[in-house]
Design a protein around this ligand. Structure first.
Ligand SMILES: [Zn+2]
Ligand SMILES: [Zn+2]
Length: 68
C-alpha cells in the first residue's frame, strides 16, 4: 500500500501511459516533449498547421523544436 505514493511518474505494468494535453485521453502513445507536454496523433494532426513544419514540430508549451 505504501508503495503507491510516488508511482505517478513511474512505469506501470504493461508500459507507459501518455495523457494527451488537448483531449485528456490516456493513450499508449503521444508525441511528447521533455517539458512534459503530450499530444496524441489525432490532436496533433488537427493542430498540425500550427505545430509542425515538415519533419519537426514545435512544443507549444516551451518552444522546443522536436523531431517527429
Ligand atoms: Zn488528443
Ligand atoms: Zn515542451
Amino acid at each position: 500500500m505504501s508503495k503507491e505514493k510516488r508511482s505517478y511518474s513511474q512505469r506501470r505494468r504493461g508500459g507507459k501511459i501518455f495523457v494527451c494535453h488537448c483531449c485528456r485521453r490516456e493513450l499508449p502513445f503521444c508525441w511528447n516533449c521533455p517539458c512534459g507536454f503530450q499530444i496524441c496523433p489525432e490532436c496533433f494532426t488537427e493542430n498540425k498547421w500550427g505545430l509542425s513544419n515538415g519533419p519537426t514540430w514545435v512544443c507549444p508549451d516551451c518552444g522546443r523544436i522536436r523531431m517527429m
